[in-house]
Design a protein around this ligand. Structure first.
Ligand code: G4P
Length: 526
């Protein structure tokens, strides 16, 4: 086996999807704890960074790197190398959250046992569906009274339209939560331990092992009844279906108490796919190829005026990235000088020596790299599947000093290439409309316009409900539609046509009237 293939097969690159407060941060920390990347829970830097108000967030950014260090975490586990990519959650929810999901090979979905499937989870799941990303589910907070586990499975199946196969099942819930029963191993894991450290766990083999009924009484009987129901329903685990994104193995536990986390991590490292082949416009790239390729899915600007550089996050798709290499930018048609590429470890940033398929590297640059850029050793290939996502929030930009229009346009063009916001220019007036999926994106853009381009601006509410990219089979059809609906049409940064619907009724009526036009909620970059 080639060295590249051997390394690629060890990689498990994934992200956690969840609604705020379901326990993503807690679980991340516990995965690092079980992965040996930290020794004591409660030490992950920037743990609450995502909770801070905007001004605090800016201050944090200015101190350099807090969210950068938590952007990618790598640790070895069970002979595998795990790359966990952070998906910004609370106020810092942004298009980056979606795009990060284009750079992973699988995802872990965290659900709060009391709240069930929540809005943001549904949204993130839609993004995973675009590439049939395999998903493992963790039902969290079983140490609190929540919904019955069977109902939760039902909800996941119905709302998210994916088949569930329980792997671990809770023995009791709330104050009576004693442990889990592993259906595939036919073994109980009983928890008592320490929240902060990895401790020994008592295990008992066999669903009907002697002594269980006496020791656990009613909760054991409930578990037996539920397992019987599950077995009748016949939801066997099927690796192929999981890998195809059609079935999700479900683990139960309590992240904060370390319950069920090791079992989850074991299942994850056993089943989650290693780096998959990636599509480009011309061919499919295999991770085992000797030559290096990759694409950029996120750009993080440094808010510190003394360090006006940006870090572009590149996912390696094939070959080896070696220190000192100047990767070839397919868009620019030339090599990009990289002085110090970074790989991200749990506690620290480290200079990368070598990075393999599935790894993420950080490339410092001063604006030469854009979202969606493909890199290679010279081959002209463009990775697909790193789309723009239709935003949900809109603002109109008003300049305080009209003479700064040129700087404003320059700034917005640059910021949209970095993926900080989307920019729409209506056909029939001189407005500039910005689109985002999280409100913090607007604050960041406003801050950076002032700080980097010297432009004072005000963002006003605007009557836009959603944006949809327009497509039709031929240009004449599209032109006829545009002529008729000019008032609601704009061009995005790349000159592509966008319909800015004023309401959901407006969108559905326009759609109905024009079946010949496609209204798309994602668009490939470029
Ligand atoms: P997020 O990143 O998904 O937003 O969630 P986070 O991990 O920050 O967890 C949200 C809240 O839920 C936190 O409480 C956390 O302690 C709690 N939590 C996480 N896992 C469990 C669990 O297994 N059981 C219970 N009962 N609670 C859990 P908080 O009060 O908001 O913060 P903190 O002050 O406790 O840190």
């Amino acid at each position: 086996m080639s060295a590249v293939l051997e390394q690629a097969q060890k990689r498990r690159t994934f992200a956690i999807i969840s609604h705020p407060d379901a326990g993503k941060t807690t679980l991340t920390e516990k995965l690092l704890l079980f992965g040996g990347a930290i020794q004591l829970a409660g030490t992950v830097k920037g743990r609450k960074a995502s909770r801070h108000a905007t001004s605090d967030w800016m201050a944090l950014e200015q101190q350099r790197g807090i969210s950068i260090t938590t952007s990618v975490m790598q640790f070895p586990y069970n002979g595998k190398i795990v790359n966990l990519l952070d998906t910004p959650g609370h106020e810092d929810f942004s298009e980056d959250t979606y795009r990060t999901l284009t750079a992973v090979d699988s995802a872990l979905m965290v659900i709060d046992a009391a709240k069930g499937v929540e809005a943001r989870t549904i949204k993130l799941m839609e993004v995973c569906r675009l590439r049939d990303t395999p998903i493992i589910t963790f039902i969290n907070k079983l140490d609190r009274e929540g919904q019955a586990p069977l109902n939760l499975l039902d909800e996941v199946e119905k709302v998210l339209n994916i088949q569930c196969t329980p792997i671990t099942w809770p023995l009791g819930m709330g104050r009576d939560f004693k442990g889990v029963y592993h259906l595939l191993e036919d073994r109980f894991y009983l928890y008592t331990g320490d929240k902060h450290r990895v401790s020994e766990i008592e295990t008992i083999d066999g669903l009907h092992a002697p002594g269980l009924a006496e020791r656990f009484g009613a909760v054991y009987q409930t578990l037996l009844d539920e397992i019987e129901l599950l077995q009748m329903a016949g939801t066997d685990f099927d690796l192929e279906k999981y890998r195809a994104g059609k079935l999700t193995p479900v683990f139960m536990g309590s992240a904060i108490n370390n319950f069920g986390v090791r079992e989850l991590l074991n299942g994850f490292t056993d089943w989650a796919p290693s780096p998959l082949p990636r599509a480009t416009e011309t061919r499919e790239v295999q991770p085992s190829e000797e030559k290096f390729t990759g694409f950029v899915f996120k750009i993080q600007a440094n808010m510190d005026p003394k360090h006006r550089d940006r870090v572009a996050f590149l996912r390696v798709c094939s070959g080896v990235y070696r220190r000192g290499m100047n990767p070839y930018s397919v868009r620019l048609g030339q090599g990009v000088r990289v002085s110090n590429a970074l790989i991200f470890m749990a506690a620290d940033r480290e200079s990368v020596e070598e990075a393999y398929p599935g790894d993420i590297i950080g490339l410092h640059n001063h604006g030469t790299i854009a979202i969606g850029d493909s890199f290679s050793e010279g081959e002209t290939l463009r990775f697909t599947g790193i789309p723009n996502f239709a935003p949900d929030l809109f603002r109109r930009v008003v300049l305080k000093d009209p003479l700064k229009a040129k700087q404003l346009n320059k700034g917005l063009d640059q910021l949209s290439e970095e993926g900080a916001t989307q920019v729409y220019r209506p056909l029939t007036n001189n407005d500039i409309v910005l689109g985002a999926v999280g409100t913090l994106q607007f604050d960041v853009v406003q801050f950076r316009l002032r700080d980097e381009y010297g432009v004072e601006s005000v963002f006003e509410p605007v009557q836009v409900y959603c944006a949809r990219w327009l497509q039709a089979d031929d240009e004449r059809t599209l032109k006829a539609f545009v002529d008729k609906n000019e008032l609601r049409i704009a061009k995005d940064h790349y000159g592509d046509l966008v319909y800015l619907a004023s309401s959901s009724v407006n969108l559905s009526m326009t759609r109905e009237r024009h079946p010949e036009v496609r209204f798309l909620d994602t668009k490939e970059h470029g």
